[in-house]
Structure formats: structure tokens, C-alpha cells
Design a protein around this ligand. Structure first.
Ligand code: HEM
Length: 184
């Protein structure tokens, strides 16, 4: 998210304005965290483009038909998240662009009411137990950063996300932070 907000200064500014409107300069509190609508859209769009999980493991219990494929029983599958998340037929020709406005009216509307299309935390009874924790933590930390700093991308940054257990930036993410109080 820090990378995408460093690149997309307009969304960084929108997110900062929302954070200041809701929390001012105070530490984010649990009652008001649910009001962070812009930030939620940014989180979803970041998870769609660069969610940390590569995919989810599944095993067929019996023979099953999946589209045109017949899968035999006891087959181990790795369902790669990037397949649905980066499919232009599902998201449109701008699928590779960072456009948080896709999620302006929630996940159901963004996915055309097709739950499996957006699954950064997995799906079904074994989906991620840390989902709410991770999302809330992200909102708190990012709010506290935006309250204090503007973020811009370092010219040394080289874009190379690689799937290595989780999706990772191969050469790290170099950004520059500047205090928002500098010109006060
Ligand atoms: C952005 C952060 C995270 C992402 C994207 C993520 C994603 C995932 C995914 C895709 C799965 C597999 C779900 C499935 O097979 O349907 C999973 C499982 C799991 N995650 Fe996360 N996770 C995140 C953070 C966390 C955190 C912070 C915790 C713990 C506090 C956590 C604990 C777990 C556990 C215990 C499982 C296994 C659940 C089970 O098998 O029943 N995750 N996570």
C-alpha cells in the first residue's frame, strides 16, 4: 500500500484527508475505524493487485468437473489468486491499473456478485482467521503514517514483485517520507 500510495499521490491525499477528517491528529480508535471508506477501497485494490498470498491449497474429495476440466479425486490443487484477480474478462481492460474506485460500492458490486473472483484471504470454512486483525492493523498503521508523513517513491525503486512463499518486492521498496508539518 505504501508503494501504491507513493506512486498515486492523488489517492494518498484522499486517504490522508479521510484520516484527518475522522481522527484529526489523534491515535485511531476502534469505534471510528469502520468509517475509513477510502482506505478500505485502497486496501482491497492493493490486495487485488499485490495480495501477499500466492494462492490456496485444495484437494478434491471426489471426481469433480471444473469448467471444461474433469478433476479426479485426491488431486492436490494450488488455486493461484493472480488468476482471478488479474483477469481482464472479470475486471476489464484496465485490470492492471490501480483503481480503488472499483470498490466504491463494496466487494459484491466490484465482483458483480461473484464471490470467488476476489479472494485475497481465501474462501470457505478454512479462509484466513487473521483477516480482520490484518485489515484493522493495516488501517491503524497506515492512518498513523498518513497523519505524520507524505510518501514519495525513491528513484532507486525497481518494480519486481516475485512469488516467493508470499508475493514480495524482489529489491525492496524504497520510499521517502517527509513530515507533513515541514512547512508549518
Ligand atoms: C494481509 C494479510 C493476510 C493475508 C492476505 C492472508 C491470507 C491467507 C490465505 C489466502 C489463507 C488460506 C485460506 C484458504 O485456504 O481459503 C490464510 C490462512 C490462514 N491465515 Fe492468513 N492472511 C493474512 C494475515 C494473517 C494473520 C495476521 C494471521 C494471524 C493473526 C493469519 C492467520 C491465518 C491462519 C491461521 C490460516 C489458516 C486457516 C485454516 O486453515 O483454517 N493470517 N491466510
Amino acid at each position: 500500500m505504501v508503494l501504491l500510495l507513493a506512486i498515486h499521490g492523488d489517492w494518498q491525499e484522499k486517504a490522508r484527508r479521510e484520516v484527518i477528517d475522522i481522527f484529526g491528529n489523534q491515535i485511531p480508535n476502534s469505534e471510528e475505524i469502520s468509517k475509513l471508506k477510502i482506505m478500505t477501497m485502497i486496501i482491497y485494490e492493493t490486495l487485488r493487485l499485490y495480495g501477499p498470498s500466492n494462492g490456496m491449497m485444495r484437494r478434491t474429495e471426489s471426481d469433480v468437473q471444473l469448467g471444461k476440466l474433469i478433476l479426479p479425486a485426491n488431486l492436490d490443487l494450488l488455486v493461484i489468486h493472480a488468476a482471478p484477480h488479474h483477469d481482464p474478462q472479470l475486471w476489464g481492460d484496465d485490470v492492471h491499473l490501480f483503481k480503488p474506485e472499483r470498490f466504491a460500492e463494496g466487494i459484491a458490486k466490484a465482483t458483480n456478485y461473484n464471490a470467488g473472483v476476489f479472494c485475497p484471504f481465501g474462501l470457505g470454512p478454512r479462509n484466513c482467521v487473521g483477516m480482520n486483525f490484518a485489515t484493522t492493523e493495516t488501517k491503524i498503521v497506515l492512518s498513523m503514517i498518513l497523519q505524520r508523513y507524505t510518501i514519495s517513491l525513491s528513484p532507486t525503486y525497481v518494480h519486481s514483485p516475485i512469488p516467493y512463499i508470499t508475493v514480495q518486492p524482489q529489491h525492496g521498496i524504497q520510499v521517502m517520507l517527509e513530515s507533513v508539518y515541514n512547512d508549518a
